[in-house]
Design a protein around this ligand. Structure first.
Ligand code: SF4
Ligand code: SF4
Length: 156
């Protein structure tokens, strides 16, 4: 089934960094596939790694310029950008997070896939509260689900 029918993206729908780039260290993963008039990610990137010709284009990423700094994650109104680091024993994922309660560093939460299904536990590594922008949460999960986990469920 296509995301146009059920709204759920799959890896095959995305223009991803190469496996080699993913293994090098943190890098942005853009899950933005609709031709909507939107471009805060282009202006926000301090490394000029994001571009588009027309405002209705989907963003084009230069993965060699991207440092995985995460600046773009908190400005994306579509909550469509993540930073993934597969260079270590476990995967680190920075996700945009607009729900409450906001988890705290050290908490263990549930890791969710793109369908919102629980696929395991995630440890909160860091929380960045951004005034007037989306908060971001960095989680640690098993490496094999680094490209699958895209949200969390906080159970307090
Ligand atoms: S993670 Fe940082 S360097 Fe990479 S695209 Fe986003 S803002 Fe640019
Ligand atoms: S800011 Fe987000 S939704 Fe808008 S074009 Fe960039 S990635 Fe897509």
């Amino acid at each position: 089934m296509s995301y146009k029918e059920d709204g759920v993206l799959e890896l095959k729908d995305l223009n991803l960094p190469s496996e080699e780039r993913l293994k090098k260290g943190p890098v942005a993963v853009f899950e933005c596939v609709e031709n909507i008039p939107c471009n805060p990610c282009v202006d926000a990137c301090p490394f000029k790694a994001v571009s588009m010709e027309k405002i209705t284009d989907t963003p084009k990423i230069d993965y060699e310029k991207c440092t995985g700094c995460g600046t773009c994650v908190s400005v994306c109104p579509g909550l469509a950008i993540f930073v993934v680091d597969l260079s270590k024993e476990k995967a680190l994922i920075t996700i945009p997070y607009e729900f409450l309660p906001i988890p705290e560093k050290g908490d263990t939460v549930k890791a969710l896939n793109r369908r919102g299904e629980i696929v395991g536990d995630a440890k909160i590594i860091g929380v960045k509260k951004n005034e007037n922008k989306t908060n971001t949460v960095t989680i640690e999960v098993k490496k094999e689900v680094g490209m699958i986990v895209r949200n969390i469920k906080v159970i307090k």
